[in-house]
Design a protein around this ligand. Structure first.
Ligand code: PEP
Ligand code: MG
Length: 584
């Protein structure tokens, strides 16, 4: 009999294959007394388990493909760092001594303490990071008990769909290495490592499929639909036929999109559109290249600061930006100055607390940079210098008023003079632009456009500030909608301002990466999109099959509506009609 199980789809695509239920025995941790005379030996046993766990992670790193991107390997490095973290291991050693207990029990107590700290964090992403603690603890416990860290061999797993309670980043990478067709976990949410990694790797995946291991047996046929977050166990012939056809269509679509790689971006009536990618680090350019050889419309430099957990000096920044520029060959690079604060904070600063009461509205981005010139000036110098080597632009986040913009422009001129005096090579004509991501800036976009070389709309924040919604708060995420007429009005004002002054205006928030909005934005007059790497070809496909003159009038009519729901329904209808005319 078929069974349908729902979970959360975190990586889209359809997989059909045999199930492999991956069950790890979760042993009950027992406490026993270790007399003081034995403490040293017990601590040594714990340290040996730590080294074994570290060896295992290094072995995994060596096994996975050499071209695994650095950001994916970083998941394993996080676990390696945790093994060395004093709060982790010294806390456990202290427990052994204080409670005269065995290492397993001491570690369990310490992990509960750490998990509690994560559980109390406000940021949902950081809350999810308690998974790292649990994964590392499980690995050490296995090493203490000499339980092998075994994932079945490749011959057993190739083409199979893995069902597990939870997967560590190391498990996920090893499974990918063994060419599995997809995976399902009982636990984990959309921000879990499994979710992030599966999307990165491009394997269909579902998380939060409760009781899946009870309901499915190894060897049974499974279908998983990663977009819908649904799995069917022992499907009947009709379902199998239906999903095989869907999978075939999916593969054909992939091939169709792939054929668009490095092709021009132009509407059917001849309008050339700029389509760039968003990156967090120079290494991300490799991912961009997988889809298209294009430029970067948003380089979020704060990652360099957050990952190092310190402010890198001018030369480190210069070298990093140069690496990005050279990787792009002759394509343009838009470097955004640091946007630290709110949800993007250095760990040390976050630890030091107390946080501002309302950090998203506090000392963030350009406000923080202007208040802390020792933080900002090395970056300005590095960007001005790197711009002498190729097509680089500088973008300022979160400008709110014209005075602030003038202060920034004046500071840039001052730094230029410094560089001239020091006879250091830089770009005299560096293009400087602003992100329009605060409603006040959108309402004054005309004034910004008069003094700047380009604008870029940051809808992630623009929606947050226009609708008074914390962008990372799960509770109110249902209200977070780019189609709210007030948001669309501000986007329209910004596009119009750029056009009136004849300067480029792009959109680099998540909205640009969602193909549902591509026709809407084109119809509103947007000619420059900057999107996530994996959205490049989908968005290009829609642009290249759109007739701009027709879209303009259709979208104008839709925008006359005053309700989000009405706009949503009409846009869906338009997308449906248009996609029927588009080859798939
Ligand atoms: C935005 O706000 O839309 C944006 C692109 O910036 P970030 O998401 O980095 O705040
Ligand atoms: Mg922003």
């Amino acid at each position: 009999m078929s069974i349908l199980i729902n979970g959360i789809g975190v990586s889209s695509g359809i997989a059909i294959g045999e199930a492999y239920v991956y069950s790890r025995e979760q042993k009950q941790i027992r406490e026993y007394n270790v007399p003081a005379a034995q403490h040293k030996k017990e601590i040594q046993r714990f340290k040996k388990a730590l080294s074994r766990a570290s060896e295992q992670l290094h072995e995994i790193k060596n096994k996975i493909a050499a071209n695994t991107p650095a950001d994916i390997l970083a998941f394993i490095d996080t676990h390696l760092l945790m093994l060395e973290d004093p709060t982790f291991n010294e806390g456990t050693v202290a427990n052994i001594k204080k409670l005269s207990c065995n290492a397993e029990w001491a570690l369990q107590l310490q992990s509960k303490r750490l998990v509690k700290v994560f559980d109390e964090m406000e940021d949902p992403y950081l809350r999810t990071r308690k998974d790292d603690v649990l994964h590392v603890v499980r690995r050490i416990q296995n090493c203490l008990e000499d339980t092998p860290d075994h994932i079945p061999g490749a011959h057993q797993l190739k083409g199979r769909i893995i069902i597990a309670d939870d997967l560590t980043p190391a498990d996920t990478l090893m499974l990918q290495h063994q060419k599995i067709a997809g995976f399902v976990t009982e636990f984990g949410g959309p921000l879990s490592h499994t979710a992030i990694l599966s999307k990165n790797i491009g394997i269909p995946a579902i998380v939060g499929a409760h009781h899946a291991r009870q309901l499915i047996k190894t060897g049974e046929t499974l279908i998983i639909d990663g977009r819908q977050g649904m799995l069917i166990n022992s499907p009947d012939r009709r379902s199998l036929k239906h999903y095989r056809a869907l999978k075939k269509a999916e593969l054909e679509r992939k091939a169709l999109l792939h054929a668009l790689k490095n092709k021009p971006v132009v509407t059917t009536d001849g309008k050339v559109i700029t389509l760039h990618g968003n990156i967090d680090r120079p290494e991300d350019i490799r991912k961009l290249r997988k889809f298209d050889h294009t430029g970067v419309g948003l380089y979020r430099t704060e990652m360099l600061f957050i990952e190092k957990n310190e402010f890198p000096d001018e030369d480190t920044q210069f070298k990093t930006y140069k690496r990005a520029l050279f990787r792009l060959k002759d394509k343009p690079l838009t470097i955004r100055t640091i946007d630290l604060g709110a949800d993007k904070e250095l760990q040390d600063a976050a630890d030091q607390g107390p946080m501002a009461h309302n950090p998203a509205m506090g000392l963030r981005a350009i406000r923080r940079c202007m208040k802390e010139p020792e933080l900002f000036i090395p970056q300005l110098r590095a960007i001005l210098r790197v711009a002498a080597l190729g097509p680089v632009r500088m973008m300022i986040p979160m400008l709110t008023n014209i005075e602030e913009m003038h202060l920034v422009l004046r500071l840039i001129e001052k730094i230029k003079q410094q560089l001239r005096d020091q006879k250091i090579r830089f770009d005299e004509n560096l293009q400087v632009g602003a992100m329009i991501e605060v409603p006040a800036a959108a309402l004054s976009a005309d004034a910004f456009a008069k003094h700047l070389d380009f604008l870029s709309i940051g809808t992630n924040d623009l929606i947050q500030y226009t609708l008074a919604l914390d962008r990372i708060d799960d509770e109110i995420s249902y209200l977070y909608n780019p189609l709210n007429p007030a948001v669309l009005h501000l986007i329209q004002l910004s596009i119009n301002a750029g056009k009136k002054m004849g300067i480029p205006i792009s959109l680099c928030g998540e909205m640009a990466s969602n193909p549902q909005y591509t026709r809407l934005l084109l119809g509103m007059g947007l000619e420059y999109f900057s999107v996530q790497a994996n959205a490049l070809l989908e968005v290009k496909h829609i642009i290249n099959n759109s007739k701009l003159s027709r879209l303009r009038s259709q979208i104008k009519k839709i925008l006359e509506h005053q309700s989000t729901h009405e706009i949503e329904t009409r846009l869906e209808r338009l997308n449906m009609r248009e996609s029927k005319k588009t080859p798939t």
